[in-house]
Unconditional design. Structure first.
Length: 262
């Protein structure tokens, strides 16, 4: 059996959803070798088509659409899942966006949303997502755009929420917020891509059916997060859209990409 590389993040939602696939617990057309990297690093590597399968931010996908095709399964999308802007003291979104504001990468969907919702954006400071809370807390930047599990822990750093960009998007569009999708290289055979999509769907379904099976795998990559935070993270980001985008998910993606291109 051939081997394919699969890039996804070490965050609990991804290790939970794809545990069954990378451990051979569901049928797949090839062995899958996981490559666990921060989402912005995955976005960057996609420009060279380095990985056969990869998670990509919707903020990054248009620039690599000639190399990668989106699959319907494995996506991070939903309501109440959007990135947050945080600061040391209450600010308006416009004040926070004026900067300096730390962001988790220019190709992330979080930064795309910030540009759409706070167009008078100052000069952002790029940091790895897990360095942003510390940078805001110590005063290196005046605000931060946070993703992943940071939404559960920012208060522990003495920070306050300025805005929930997901809520603002939902109020504007009436649609869930699309964050990231699983994509396959376009030079893979179309039938193989379809089989991989089915395998990813089966992996997510296995995770829902056997939630404890991935516990040690999730814990091993969760950067010392508590089981409670891991569980909250998984419950927020792994949902029915992760099984299949469906019509509503596809409509949300179309709306976001259309606004980004306007």
């Amino acid at each position: 059996m051939s081997e394919l590389t699969f890039g996804f993040s070490p965050c609990p939602n991804d290790t939970f959803a794809f545990h069954a696939l990378v451990h051979g617990l569901v049928d797949a057309p090839a062995r899958v070798r996981p490559v666990l990297l921060d989402i912005e690093e995955l976005n960057r590597r996609a420009h060279d088509g380095e990985l056969d399968l990869t998670k990509l931010s919707f903020g990054a996908l248009p620039a690599v659409a000639d190399r990668y095709a989106m699959l319907r399964s494995g996506a991070a999308l939903g309501r109440g899942v959007g990135p947050l802007v945080v600061a040391r003291e209450p600010l308006s979104l416009a004040e926070a966006a004026a900067g300096p504001i730390a962001i988790p990468g220019r190709e992330t969907t979080a930064f795309l949303l910030l540009r759409l919702l706070a167009p008078e954006l100052g000069e952002p400071v790029e940091l790895r997502y897990d360095e942003i809370l510390g940078a805001v807390a110590c005063g290196d930047v005046s605000a931060g755009l946070i993703i992943h599990e940071s939404r559960f822990t920012y208060a522990e750093h003495g920070l306050v929420k300025v805005a929930d960009l997901g809520e603002l998007w939902e109020a504007r569009s009436g649609l869930p917020i699309p964050l990231a999708a699983i994509c396959a290289r376009r030079d893979l055979d179309e039938d193989l891509r379809a089989q991989l999509e089915a395998a990813i769907r089966a992996s997510v379904e296995y995770a829902f059916a056997h939630p404890e099976a991935s516990r040690e795998y999730v814990r091993a990559h969760s950067q010392e997060l508590s089981d409670e935070v891991c569980d909250r993270h998984i419950a927020l980001y792994v949902n029915t859209f992760s099984v299949d985008l469906g019509d509503e998910g596809l409509a949300a993606i179309e709306a976001l990409t259309a606004q980004a291109a306007a």
